[in-house]
Ligand binder design. Structure first.
Ligand code: SF4
Ligand code: SF4
Ligand code: SF4
Length: 336
């Protein structure tokens, strides 16, 4: 299976791929997977292969993600300013080791689902992180233009522009972005009145993608349960595997379409019914609709809320930008 706009695969880069699974499926991670050259990427997560890494204290994918993102968050202000009037401060800096939910220091975790099918009990493991949606409301709604869908499919929050207002989290059906207070641009402007930190989430390892490397979690998975490749190929492969296992697909239509395709032998309704849900532990309800910023009541409310923050933020952002080299071009940013 080959994409017309994909470079030919060299023997060396082939050997660096998730060899067995990719070779068997005819799919391959391209040499120099530069976003501009290969177009939109997507990932496939095959729940029939993920075993939850039960032999490890922390799943290999989670551990790899924590390692490469370990120093992403700068030192946190002490004390952290308490913003007026909301008084919400979120500080995970003393709980960095938490790996069983999403936090600003943990972009990936693995759900456990105990399900019954055809009279048989089954345990499924579901790695969760940002879905890198096709038309992400989290990016559309950001009043500081700090969140963008890039050409390669990655949805990335610019940590140097984010004020931590959490509007992206409000419109995300899975409430994926997580806030760390006491860091970021807001500290340099009006920390008591505008902003509240920085939002953090999976960026699809964009720095690695632009260097032709796979995301760390995918590379680390001993079961080769996750793949990345051109979106059309990943979708075709996900549909093929779902048919073959008489299974189910998640992520194709949810939230208006995403760049993460889960396949499972068990329906996502059943998985959703049994997983532990709550803050930092999103549900997996099939068919979730996109919240349209500006056209639904929630989007309108969120957009009109922080006038003072927008004004202060715009002024401050200009000041901040004067001394900052923009990194937004890296990876081919695409405004949405
Ligand atoms: S999953 Fe949530 S945070 Fe990620 S791109 Fe979609 S809407 Fe944005
Ligand atoms: S793609 Fe990168 S940032 Fe995202 S979950 Fe995997 S390792 Fe973490
Ligand atoms: S996706 Fe791979 S690394 Fe992550 S829990 Fe499953 S088997 Fe382990």
């Amino acid at each position: 299976m080959k994409s017309n706009n994909f470079p030919t695969l060299s023997r060396r880069s082939f050997l660096k791929t998730s060899a067995g699974v990719l070779a068997a499926s005819g799919l391959a991670w391209p040499e120099k997977a530069q976003a501009a050259r290969v177009g939109q990427l997507a990932t496939l997560i095959d729940l029939s292969l993920c075993d939850g890494c039960l032999d490890r204290a922390v799943p290999a994918c989670v551990s790899a993600c924590k390692t490469i993102n370990g120093d992403t968050i700068p030192p946190v202000a002490d004390p952290i300013p308490v913003p007026w009037p909301r008084k919400t401060v979120e500080d995970w800096s003393r709980k960095r080791e938490v790996s069983d939910r999403l936090t600003p220091y943990n972009y990936l975790y693995v759900h456990r689902a105990e399900v019954e099918q055809d009279g048989e009990r089954k345990t499924l493991f579901v790695p969760r992180r940002c879905m890198h949606c096709d038309n992400p409301a989290c990016a559309t709604i950001c009043p500081f233009a700090a969140n963008h869908k890039h050409e390669n499919g990655a949805v990335i929050i610019d940590q140097e522009l984010c004020f931590g207002g959490a509007k992206c989290k409000t419109v995300c059906p899975w409430e994926i972005p997580q806030r760390q207070s006491g860091v970021g641009i807001y500290l340099h402007i009006l920390p008591d009145y505008a902003g509240n930190g920085v939002m953090y989430k999976c960026d699809l390892c964009n720095d690695r993608l632009v260097r032709g490397k796979q995301p760390a979690c995918i590379e680390a998975c001993p079961q080769k349960a996750m793949l990345i490749g051109p979106r059309d190929e990943m979708l075709a492969e996900a549909e093929r595997r779902a048919r073959q296992m008489k299974g189910h697909l998640y992520g194709k239509d949810e939230n208006g379409g995403t760049s993460t395709f889960y396949i499972s032998p068990v329906s996502f309704d059943r998985i959703n019914a049994t997983i532990k849900k709550g803050p930092g532990r999103p549900d997996m309800k099939p068919g979730v609709k996109r919240q349209m910023a500006g056209t639904d009541p929630l989007g309108k409310a969120v957009l009109t809320a922080p006038a003072i923050g927008i004004v202060a933020g715009a002024a401050g952002a200009l000041k901040w930008l004067a001394g900052r080299k923009s990194k937004l071009a890296e990876g081919g940013k695409k405004d949405v």
